[in-house]
Design a protein around this ligand. Structure first.
Ligand code: GRF
Length: 205
């Protein structure tokens, strides 16, 4: 007969949470939103926030939330295993790109195969690829007089904005749409959909 665990021992066998590392280069509004979303989660936690910019707002959001954060440079990322080793040391399960502009190097892609997600502010495959980020995307969408645009959440591979699409959300473009109004619509779609899509993706894996 198998030994029966005493209640006190059983309590100590808690399931580890799935750990996310967020990468961001910009203001970090998505980082803030993702941190907030998973703050009370029993299964997923934001364990690390990393940026290639020392002044990135994302790092402040992490510090305010008591989450470990760090800045890295090009050599750390592209010429060494420094960033990968940090991710391994922190037992990171998934990497989330939330406004991160550098291409992910092969060492990190191989270790996190199908476990790196990105949000892009257009309906891919439209308006993706090198140089297509932030206002460049929205300006191109407006210039081409698109009737609708949106966001794409996708798996990251070795090309810009190219991996398998997990989810898209759309919005209509008004006749008098401006860069500013479009940025607001896209930002709202990202806040509504990115954390929930991350959560669902992890559950399904
Ligand atoms: C978002 O629009 C996202 O789609 C793109 O970068 C932007 C980041 O914005 N990948 P923020 O820094 O989270 O405000």
């Amino acid at each position: 007969m198998r030994p029966i665990l005493k209640p006190r021992v059983m309590n100590s066998i808690k399931k580890q949470k799935t750990k996310l590392a967020l990468f961001a280069s910009g203001t970090g509004s998505n980082v803030f939103n993702i941190i907030t979303h998973f703050n009370n989660s029993e299964s997923i936690e934001v364990a690390l926030v990393l940026s290639n910019k020392a002044t990135a707002g994302a790092l402040n959001h992490a510090q305010n939330a008591g989450i470990q954060s760090q800045h890295f440079n090009r050599d750390d990322f592209f010429e060494s295993n420094n960033v990968l080793e940090l991710l391994k040391t922190e037992n990171i399960d998934y990497v989330i790109l939330a406004g991160f502009l550098w291409k992910i190097p092969q060492n990190i892609l191989s270790h996190f195969e199908n476990k790196i997600l990105n949000v892009h502010p257009s309906l891919l495959p439209k308006y993706g690829g090198k140089g297509m980020y932030g206002h460049h995307v929205h300006n191109a969408v407006l210039l081409h007089k698109e009737k609708e645009t949106g966001i794409t959440i996708h798996v990251v591979n070795d090309k810009y904005d190219d991996g398998a699409i997990i989810a898209q959300a759309k919005c209509v473009i008004a006749e008098d749409e401006t860069l500013e109004t479009l940025q607001k619509k896209i930002s709202k779609l990202e806040k509504e959909n990115f954390p929930t899509t991350i959560e669902q993706f992890i559950k399904n894996n």
